[in-house]
Design a protein around this ligand. Structure first.
Ligand SMILES: Nc1ncnc2c1ncn2[C@@H]1O[C@H](COP(=O)(O)OP(=O)(O)OP(=O)(O)O)[C@@H](O)[C@H]1O
Ligand SMILES: [Mg+2]
Length: 287
């Protein structure tokens, strides 16, 4: 048994850390999530895949209390989250780190100040210790030489790494990553996934990663879920994902084939959309 299989097996035997049950979310008449349910086991890496606009970020925002679900329950460590109470809100914030898709950095704060923020908000450490830890996180993301710079002075990839440093600075039990590698070059993209896998091995932390990097997600995760048309249409191990005959999984796994189909269609005088409509129509026929 290789180390990843061992890790998968031990993670699978651990208790649930996050349970999402029957989550519904709509904006006006637009139903985004309907009956979304899944469980993330303590110490595991859970990847969420799905087409653009499927509701992956909305799902994360519901968990982070940025959006309010219309129905459903979210349990963390066996306790339903109730964000109406400041104490449970703060306790959750202390135990979890978030990296949002748009980074959510504060323009008026330096890289060091942005990174230090979660420590200021959730601990009573001295200023010196907060700065030391923030600097350490920046070093891990190769940003220590930019500690005094403001987000606008950093490249897109550097801003992403800064958001990553802030998400892990408190060494949280669970980290939620929304597209942690978007805009990063291939080497840094691998480094981010490598870092997530390393942290899991070192601290046994739990991660939920929303990503479009299928190969990397399959390499590091214990469980892969696919969000499609408001619900989780597949949830299983990377091996099960690889073997699944579900048409949505199949189309994601074999995106090169999908591209070839779209290009062939274009060359025959057809049209291909910028988003997922062409693929969607194809899938709807198969489902
Ligand atoms: N605050 C909002 N008000 C109205 N509609 C919203 C809001 N936030 C998200 N949506 C809609 O919800 C849907 C899902 O958006 P979401 O950002 O979760 O997609 P996603 O799966 O994260 O896509 P991507 O892979 O491109 O990041 C989209 O149709 C989006 O327009
Ligand atoms: Mg998103």
């Amino acid at each position: 048994m290789n180390p990843l299989e061992k890790q998968n097996q031990s993670a699978a035997s651990d208790a649930a850390l996050l349970e999402v049950r029957n989550l519904d979310k709509r904006f006006g008449a637009h139903q985004i999530l309907a009956g979304v349910s899944f469980t993330v086991r303590r110490g595991s890496i859970f990847a969420v895949l799905g087409p653009s606009g499927a509701g992956k970020s909305v799902l994360l925002k519901c968990i982070a209390n940025i959006e309010t679900p219309d129905a459903g329950t979210i349990l963390f460590d066996g306790t339903p989250l109730d964000f109406r109470h400041r104490v449970s809100r703060l306790a959750f914030r202390r135990r979890c780190g978030f990296l949002f898709q748009g980074n959510a950095l504060f323009d008026s704060l330096t890289a060091l100040q942005n990174t230090a923020l979660p420590l200021e908000q959730t601990t009573s450490l001295s200023r010196r210790e907060i700065n030391r830890r923030a600097m350490e996180a920046l070093e891990q993301l190769e940003l220590h030489e930019h500690a005094g710079q403001y987000p606008a002075m950093l490249s897109g990839g550097m801003q992403k790494r800064l958001a990553l440093a802030r998400a892990i600075v408190t060494q949280p039990e669970m980290v939620f990553f929304d597209e942690p590698t978007a805009g990063l070059d291939p080497l840094r993209r691998n480094a981010v996934f490598g870092m997530i896998a390393k942290y899991q091995a070192l601290f046994g932390f739990t991660a939920l990663i929303v990503t479009h990097d299928i190969d990397e997600a399959l390499a590091v995760s214990n469980t892969v879920a696919m969000l499609y048309h408001r619900e989780i249409c597949f949830c299983g191990t990377p091996a099960e994902f690889g073997a699944s005959r579900h048409p949505v999984v199949d189309s994601f796994r074999d995106s090169a084939r999908t591209l070839r189909k779209s290009v062939a269609l274009l060359r025959q005088g057809g049209d291909i959309s910028m988003e997922n409509e062409a693929v969607d129509e194809d899938l709807k026929e198969q489902l």
